[in-house]
Design a binder for this molecule. Structure first.
Ligand SMILES: [Zn+2]
Length: 243
């Protein structure tokens, strides 16, 4: 049993690229905001080179224009979910997080003081940037919350840490330990996916994924009303007052 009320959760989502939060966590974000919680989305890059497929088919396309479009799309998607969006614009393929960016992320975690942080898996043999985002987020989380003892710097209560479901689940050694019922907010996820016009090919895929995960969630819980779900992997032990 978490001591934080479900209705007042603050969630921080850290993606390597501007659209990652949409496919992997839009439902979980909308659940938080529809329960009067707060969701802050940060993208470390726009995914301008590696994940903007359709935009690069246009003749004369430029990196700056791709970034501008990606910013608009991600802002619209976040707004559909009731979340805020910001991008650190660190560049992608390769994404690199230097010490200034790490400090910026640490400061953001301290300011936001989230109950929960969501980011990528540690392993992703198909993506050079997602594991970089994991490492940076994990480090920043620890720098913001300390080692669980008194520290010589300002610390926040340790946020829970969850990982997104990656595109190729098994190869990333992702184990779904938590399902979020996103049935009630699925229309918002669809709206957010629609906003990511540069990657429309993923819309159907992630709709089907949500249906598959709902099937698993129904079997685990017996809750027959779950039609759409998102899967996450919990990194840290859950602290409860009773089993
Ligand atoms: Zn990505």
């Amino acid at each position: 049993m978490s001591e934080t009320k479900e209705g007042s959760r603050t969630m921080l989502v850290v993606g390597a690229h501007s659209a990652d939060f949409v496919w992997r966590a839009a439902g979980a974000i909308a659940v938080v905001t529809s329960n009067d919680g707060k969701a802050v989305v940060v993208a470390l890059s726009y995914g301008e080179r590696g994940e903007s497929g359709e935009l690069w088919k246009q003749p004369g396309q430029t990196v700056e224009n791709v970034k501008r479009i990606r910013h608009e799309e991600a802002s619209q998607a976040a707004a559909a979910l009731g979340a805020t969006f910001q991008c650190f614009d660190l560049g992608d393929y390769p994404l690199s997080v230097d010490s200034a960016a790490l400090s910026r992320l640490t400061d953001l975690i301290r300011e936001t003081a989230p109950d929960v942080i969501v980011t990528h898996t540690e392993k992703d043999p198909f993506n050079p940037d997602h594991p970089v985002a994991y490492v940076a987020t994990q480090r920043a989380r620890l720098l913001a919350s300390g080692a669980g003892v008194a520290s010589g710097f300002k610390t926040i209560k340790p946020p829970e840490l969850f990982l997104f479901e990656p595109h190729q689940t098994e190869q990333c050694e992702f184990v779904p330990t938590t399902f979020v019922d996103i049935t009630a907010v699925f229309a918002q996820k669809q709206q957010a996916m629609k906003a990511m016009a540069a990657q429309q090919y993923l819309h159907q895929y992630y709709t089907e994924q949500a249906e598959h995960r709902a099937n698993h969630a129904r079997r685990v819980s017996g809750l027959q009303g779950i039609r759409y779900a998102e899967a996450f992997q919990r990194v840290l032990p859950q602290v409860v007052t009773t089993l």
